[in-house]
Design a binder for this molecule. Structure first.
Ligand code: ZN
Length: 160
């Protein structure tokens, strides 16, 4: 099982690198391991830097099936935002309210290397934005409006 990278590990703050296509076998194997890790750790999503590689890959456990997004970017965001509670496998035990756009237009490559453009909304849009933030070295605690659980834990992590 890929071990989880948690704060204050500095690699969570490093920007990730683009993934070249077609995917190498090594990257394909890593993606399989990411999906397994997301399910085992019971996350709704996982970004590659959270399991040890600073490359632009995220996986999301959508209602249908785990979905892999390679080189994902948010191209456009709705003016309308909402506030929801978030947590993160890399910030264990901490939860807080984050304001994010409700609808986003995103672009990414699928496993075959096709460039996909789609509009995501509500929960999926939120998870996508949270995971893409990881690729830019951003954690939800950077954007949090209010910590709802684990404020003491967060303080300890930041003191390390
Ligand atoms: Zn996270």
């Amino acid at each position: 099982m890929l071990p989880l990278v948690t704060i204050p590990n500095p690699s969570l703050r490093q920007p990730s690198q683009p993934v070249s296509l077609p995917l190498t076998q090594d990257v394909k194997d890593f993606i399989k391991d990411m999906v397994v890790a997301m399910i085992e750790y019971d996350g709704v999503g996982l970004a590659a830097p959270q399991v040890g590689r600073n490359i632009n890959i995220i996986v999301i456990n959508t209602e249908e099936a785990p979905t892999v997004y390679i080189n994902p970017v948010v191209k456009k965001t709705s003016w309308r935002k909402d506030k929801q509670e978030e947590g993160c496998l890399s910030v264990p035990g901490v939860f807080g309210v984050v304001r994010r756009p409700i609808i986003v237009t995103v672009e990414y490559n699928d496993l075959e290397g096709n460039l996909i453009s789609e509009e995501l909304n509500s929960f999926l849009a939120r998870v996508f934005q949270h995971e893409v933030d990881h690729l830019n070295g951003i954690l939800f605690t950077d954007k949090v409006l209010e910590i709802t659980k684990g404020a003491d834990l967060l303080e300890q992590y930041l003191k390390k």
